[in-house]
Design a protein. Structure first.
Length: 604
C-alpha cells in the first residue's frame, strides 16, 4: 500500500547576520505573545436562558437520545421512549412515530428523509411523513452517524468495517477494515471516503481511502496525530495534534494529497473545526489556557484571516459547534454564543443548569434548542434578523459516474452498450447485493443506454421521420433496461424516467416506462409526477385503460416513497382527475381504490 505523507511547513529565516538573528527571534516572540493575548470582544447582547421563557416548547416522549438535526420543515430527533419526533421551526409537532428496537444516537438527515439506527446494527430509512420504508441489518455494530453520498447511497461504519446501502435498502458492498479510530467518515472532493485507523504508526495517524464503490485506494500517513476533521465542499479539513492545519483533496493524479498545510500558531491540535458554506471560510477551535480560541481560515488557500478568543466557552465543556448564516455558533455546558468572522460576538447566552438538559442544537432560523431531561424540547429565539447575505448555492453533482460515449456507427451496426448477457449479470448482482466496484461499470452502462433511449426519440422528432427505433423494435431489451434503471438504489434515474415519460413513444412502450417509473419511486423534485400529470391531462386517451391504471399505480408508489405533503396533493389531483365521466367505470373504480390507499398513508 503506497503511503502519501502530508507536507509539513518549516519557517525559514535568512540568518546571515547577528542582526537578522535578533530580528527573527523578536518576530517569533511577538507572534507567540499575540497568541496568548488574544482579544475578546464584549457580546453585543446577553441572555440568561435559565430565567428566560422559551419561545416554544414541545413534548418529545422521553429524554433525547440523538442530537436534533435540520430538516426543511424544522428539526427531528429520537428519544429513549422509542419515539421519533418531527417539529416545525416554531415547535409545532408535525408527527411522532414509534421505532422498533433500542434507539441509538446516530440519526442522519438526507433532505427530509431520516436514516435511523436502532439495536446497534439496524439501519432504517424514514420518509418525510414518518413512514419507515425499509430496515437493513448491518454486519456490525454501527459506531457513528450514517454518511449520505452524492446519489443518495448511505455509508455506515463499525469498529472494523464499512458498508454501503442504496435508497432501496439493498447492500451495495461491505468491507472489513483494521480497527478504526473514533472519527466520522471523511469525504474528499471527488466523493471518495477517508477512514482514520485507530493504531498510529511512529506517532502519526494513518488513514485509508475507498471509492464510493468500495474499491480500496491508497493509504495516507499524516505528519502527526489527527485531532479533528470536517468534510467540506473543497475536501477534508484536518487538524493535527502538533498544531498544523490543512485541507486534504484529490490531486490531478487522482491520489489524495494536501492542497495546503499551515501552522495555526498553536502547539496543540484543534478540538473542533467548522466550515461555512455561506462565506466559504472555516474556523478551527483551539484550547488557549481555559478559554477557546477561534482561528478563521480561508478554506481554499489556508490563509489565516483572523484569530480571537470566543466568549466564555471552556474547551473542557465543549458541546457543539456549527456554521450559521452569518457566522458560527459554539456551545459549552454553561454558555453559548454566536460570533462573526471579524470576532464580533452577536450574543452570549447563559444556559440552564447542565443537570437539566442533555442535548443542545442551533437551528437555521436562529433558535437555541435544548432537549431537557423532563421530556421536553425548549427553544429560545436568539436573533430576529441576521446580517447574512443571500447566497446562491452552487449546483452540486449527484453523480459518481457519467454516461460513456456511444458512437452512431456502433448503433447502426446493431452494437449496444449493454448486451443481454451483461443485463442478466447486472440483474443478478442487484438481487444478491454486494456487487462492490462492479457498480461503477453498471451505472455507466445503464446511463449510456438510458440516454440513447431518450435521444432516439429526440432524433425522430428532429428529422420528422419514421426511421427504425431500436428500442421500440426490441421490447424485451427495453423492458429489461427500464427494470434495471429502477433497481439502482440511487436518486439519479428519476430524471431519465421523467424525460422518457415526455418522449413521443407509442402506447406499448409508454406502458413499460410508466410502470418502471413507479419502481424507481424516488422523485426528488416531483419531475416524474409532473410528467405523469401531463400524460393524464393530454396524451393518454380515456379509452387507454391499461395506461391509466399504470399511472395510478406509479403515482401511488412515488407518493408513498417520497412522503411529502406537496407531492401527495399533486398525486391526489392526478388520481382525482380520473373520476370524470369520460373515463371507463373500471378506471374510475381503480382510481378510487388508489386514492383511498393514499389517504390511508396520511393517517399512519
Amino acid at each position: 500500500m503506497d503511503n502519501i505523507k502530508l507536507k509539513r511547513i518549516f519557517f525559514l529565516f535568512p540568518l546571515k547576520s547577528k542582526k537578522n538573528l535578533i530580528r527573527a527571534i523578536f518576530v517569533i516572540f511577538i507572534f507567540q505573545l499575540s497568541i496568548f493575548n488574544l482579544y475578546s470582544q464584549k457580546a453585543l447582547r446577553t441572555a440568561d436562558l435559565e430565567s428566560q421563557k422559551p419561545s416554544w416548547q414541545a413534548v418529545i416522549g422521553g429524554q433525547a437520545v440523538s442530537p436534533c438535526i435540520d430538516t426543511s420543515y424544522g428539526v427531528a430527533l429520537l428519544s429513549d421512549g422509542r419515539l421519533l419526533s418531527a417539529c416545525t421551526s416554531r415547535g409545532n409537532v408535525i408527527w411522532q412515530r414509534s421505532v422498533k428496537g433500542r434507539p441509538s444516537p446516530y440519526l442522519t438527515a438526507f433532505g427530509d428523509f431520516l436514516y435511523v439506527v436502532t439495536d446497534s446494527s439496524h439501519l432504517s430509512l424514514v420518509n418525510p411523513s414518518g413512514l419507515t420504508l425499509w430496515t437493513a441489518v448491518c454486519p456490525f455494530k454501527i459506531a457513528d452517524f450514517p454518511l449520505v453520498g452524492r446519489d443518495g447511497r448511505v455509508f455506515v461504519r463499525g469498529k472494523k468495517g464499512i458498508a454501503c446501502y442504496g435508497l432501496d435498502g439493498n447492500r451495495k458492498w461491505y468491507i472489513d477494515t483494521e480497527e478504526l479510530a473514533d472519527f466520522p467518515i471523511g469525504t474528499l472532493d471527488d466523493g471518495s471516503l477517508l477512514l482514520i485507523l485507530k493504531t498510529p504508526k511512529n506517532k502519526r495517524s494513518v488513514a485509508v481511502r475507498f471509492t464510493p464503490f468500495g474499491e480500496k485506494k491508497e493509504g495516507i500517513t499524516f505528519s502527526a496525530i489527527v485531532s479533528c476533521m470536517e468534510t467540506c465542499d473543497k475536501g477534508l479539513l484536518i487538524s493535527l495534534k502538533n498544531g498544523s492545519i490543512g485541507l486534504v483533496s484529490v490531486a490531478e493524479s487522482g491520489s489524495a494529497d494536501s492542497k495546503w498545510v499551515n501552522g495555526s500558531g498553536n502547539t496543540k491540535g484543534a478540538f473542533s473545526v467548522c466550515y461555512s458554506s455561506s462565506s466559504e471560510n472555516s474556523v478551527f477551535f483551539f484550547q488557549n489556557g481555559s478559554r477557546t480560541e477561534a482561528v478563521i481560515v480561508k478554506t481554499d488557500k489556508g490563509e489565516i484571516l483572523n484569530r480571537f478568543q470566543v466568549g466564555q466557552i471552556a474547551p473542557a465543556d465543549f458541546k457543539l459547534a456549527r456554521a450559521t448564516q452569518s457566522g458560527f455558533f459554539i456551545s459549552g455546558a454553561y454558555s453559548a454564543c454566536e460570533f462573526l468572522e471579524d470576532g464580533t460576538i452577536m450574543y452570549a447566552a447563559s444556559l440552564p443548569q447542565n443537570s437539566k438538559w442533555n442535548s443542545i442544537f442551533y437551528t437555521k432560523s436562529n433558535y437555541i434548542v435544548m432537549c431537557m431531561k423532563d421530556w421536553t424540547m425548549k427553544a429560545y429565539l436568539m436573533n430576529q434578523t441576521t446580517k447574512s447575505k443571500i447566497v446562491t448555492s452552487k449546483l452540486k453533482s449527484i453523480s459518481y459516474v457519467q454516461a460513456a460515449p456511444f458512437d452512431s456507427v456502433s448503433a447502426e451496426l446493431g452494437i449496444r452498450p449493454l448486451t443481454n448477457k451483461k443485463m442478466a449479470e447486472i440483474s443478478e448482482s442487484f438481487k444478491k447485493g454486494d456487487y462492490g466496484k462492479n457498480e461503477e461499470e453498471y451505472l455507466s452502462l445503464l446511463k449510456t443506454e438510458a440516454q440513447n433511449f431518450i435521444d432516439s426519440y429526440a432524433t425522430q422528432v428532429s428529422f420528422q421521420s419514421s426511421s427504425q427505433n431500436f428500442f421500440s423494435e426490441n421490447a424485451v431489451y427495453t423492458q429489461n433496461l427500464l427494470y434495471l434503471m429502477g433497481q439502482t438504489g440511487t436518486r439519479e434515474f428519476s430524471t431519465f424516467f421523467s424525460r422518457l415519460l415526455s418522449s413521443p413513444m407509442d402506447s406499448s412502450q409508454l406502458l413499460s416506462v410508466i410502470a418502471y417509473a413507479g419502481n424507481c419511486a424516488y422523485d426528488e423534485n416531483g419531475q416524474m409526477l409532473k410528467a405523469l400529470e401531463n400524460l393524464v391531462m393530454g396524451k393518454i386517451q380515456p379509452s387507454e385503460t391499461a395506461l391509466l391504471k399504470a399511472v395510478c399505480d406509479s403515482t401511488y408508489e412515488i407518493c408513498r416513497y417520497m412522503g411529502r405533503p406537496a407531492l401527495n396533493r399533486q398525486g391526489k389531483n392526478i388520481i382525482s382527475h380520473l373520476f370524470y365521466p369520460q373515463y371507463d367505470k373500471g378506471v374510475r373504480d381503480y382510481a378510487r381504490n388508489i386514492l383511498t390507499k393514499m389517504m390511508d398513508l396520511e393517517k399512519k
